[in-house]
Design a protein around this ligand. Structure first.
Ligand code: NAD
Length: 483
């Protein structure tokens, strides 16, 4: 019988009573892995109530004891690395190496959270006025919630949960309905680390479950990571309901290549940025902006390198690129490729017919490269979220920067060059929050903010680093005068 995904409420995995269920499939084979409930309103309310009950105890738990729970959680994640990575490969489809990267990034977020006694310290000033002292304390908010995307089933929940609970909050997670398998496992591992029952709860579902959480009066903050329309919707809805919101959205990241760049390492870096995780990363480079004479050799070598990537199951060590997440995602990617051809871009490599012989039902699309695209074409403008790389040719760095800055997105951008001056100009003028210089996936480490700009982020305080400590705490300033 097909297994079912369980909600995780008050410290235990619980069967859902829902009448509505979805299939969770393995994108490499099309096989149904599990049935996922759309949690009922009562189940959502139970999860919030369980988190609220736990908050009363957890917020009173000394910060060093909360940190110790996180040290134990880190150890659990280290011990279960392989198991978690295999769960990710099963429902997400990425390669095992990529899945290990997903887990590793999550562990680093937990490591950051173990520093909570230092991160959450307040401030004091003596004699702010004669005989008057001022002190600032940070306190948790209460019950907070998060909605996470399919593309990083371990890392993104761990951008939220460890710091939120380290600060003394309790959490309700609604993981992606397409890649939910690791989420309940995370909750089970966390539950074994000594926190009170109900500090971390998981409810499954889609938009309706998220809406119920956003409307719940006892949920005080909401984090979402997803596509820009969803991020914007969550931002406006949850903020209108009086909640603090952090909403990380989609992207269309440019990789600018100058003629002085080292061609070989640039090509390797771009191919890994564009086709890693089958292009399903918010930091995937999807537009190459080729400056001047570099365009010809660059397109030639990118095309050759893309052609050499072996498609297949993420569990096969020879695989360099897995499938996209769903048949709908595959259709969407194919329709963008058709549209690019229709609009007149030159198809330098066509991945539409690529197949994996032994996996005829997998959702595979081969690496695809367009050349001579224009910025107004859909392939250059929209987030495709698949293995499609679009090359735009420009005369100089100025034109490249103007072109990239015209995008409504501002997640990341990279420059390939050997010129420090060009790198400095790029760093100062580009309108994006995460920059790579000769780096194609400029993912900030856990102690820096994940700092998207423009249509890639809605809110004030980003994920990761000190900003997320501010997001999950509120400040109390005490002014005292003693005779
Ligand atoms: P998605 O927007 O479809 O879903 C994200 C989450 O929001 C899921 O849990 C989903 O169930 C939930 N959701 C869907 N509709 C909702 C609604 N109306 N109200 C509330 N919640 C809703 O995203 P996805 O396809 O799972 O993930 C891919 C997207 O996420 C891409 O656009 C990618 O760029 C983005 N992403 C961004 C970052 C970042 O750091 N900016 C990181 C990872 C992924």
């Amino acid at each position: 019988m097909t297994p079912t995904c369980k909600n995780f409420i008050a410290g235990e995995a619980r069967d859902s009573q829902s009448a509505e269920w979805l299939d969770v499939t393995n994108p490499a084979t099309g096989e149904v892995l599990a049935r996922l409930p759309l949690a009922t309103s009562a189940e959502v309310d139970d999860a919030v109530a369980s988190a609220r009950q736990a908050f009363a105890v957890w917020a009173e738990t000394p910060v060093v004891d909360r940190a110790r729970v996180l040290f134990r959680f880190k150890q659990q994640l280290e011990d279960k690395r392989q198991e978690l990575a295999e769960l990710i490969v099963r429902d997400n489809g990425k390669t095992l190496t990529e899945a290990h990267g997903d887990v590793q990034r999550g562990i680093e977020a937990v490591e950051f959270a173990t520093g909570i006694p230092s991160h959450s310290m307040g401030m004091v000033i003596e004699d702010a006025a004669h005989g008057v002292d001022s002190e600032l304390f940070r306190q948790p908010l209460g019950v907070v919630a998060g909605f996470t995307p399919f593309n990083f089933p371990v890392m993104v929940p761990l951008w939220m949960i460890p710091v939120a609970v380290a600060c003394g909050n309790t959490f309700v997670l609604k993981p992606s309905e397409r890649a939910p398998l690791a989420a309940v496992r995370l909750a089970e591992l966390f539950a074994a680390c000594g926190a009170p029952q109900g500090v971390l709860n998981v409810v499954h579902g889609t938009r309706g479950v998220a809406e119920r959480i956003m409307a719940h009066p006892h949920v005080l903050a909401v984090s979402v990571v997803g596509s820009s329309p969803v991020a914007k919707h969550v931002y406006t809805t949850a903020a209108a309901n009086g909640k603090r919101v952090q909403a990380l959205g989609g992207a269309k990241n440019a990789l600018i290549v100058l003629p002085d760049a080292d061609l070989k390492s640039t090509v390797e870096s771009i191919v890994s940025s564009a086709f890693g995780c089958a292009g399903q990363r918010c930091l995937a480079g999807s537009n190459v902006v080729a400056v001047g004479s570099v365009a010809e050799p660059l397109v030639r070598d990118l095309t050759a390198a893309a052609s050499s990537l072996k498609l297949g199951s993420g569990l096969d060590p020879a695989t360099r690129m897995g499938p996209v997440i769903s048949p709908q995602a595959k259709d969407r990617v194919l329709s963008y490729i058709h549209e690019g051809v229709r609009a007149g871009a030159k198809l330098a490599r066509d991945g539409r017919q690529d197949r994996v012989r032994e996996l005829p039902n997998g959702y595979f699309v081969g690496p695809t490269v367009f050349d001579e695209a224009r910025p107004d074409m859909a392939i250059a403008r929209d987030e495709i979220f698949g293995p499609v790389l679009t090359v735009l040719r420009v005369r100089d760095l100025d034109e490249a920067l103007d072109m990239v800055n015209a995008s409504p997105f501002g997640n990341s951008a990279s420059l390939y060059t050997t010129s420090g001056g060009a790198a400095r100009t790029f760093r100062r003028r580009i309108e994006a929050g995460m920059l790579g210089i000769n780096v194609g996936v400029p993912a900030p480490m856990a102690f820096f903010p994940f700092s998207g700009w423009k249509g890639s982020f809605f809110g004030d305080l980003h994920a990761q680093g000190k900003e997320v400590i501010e997001f999950y705490t509120r400040r109390k300033v005490v002014t005292s005068r003693w005779a």
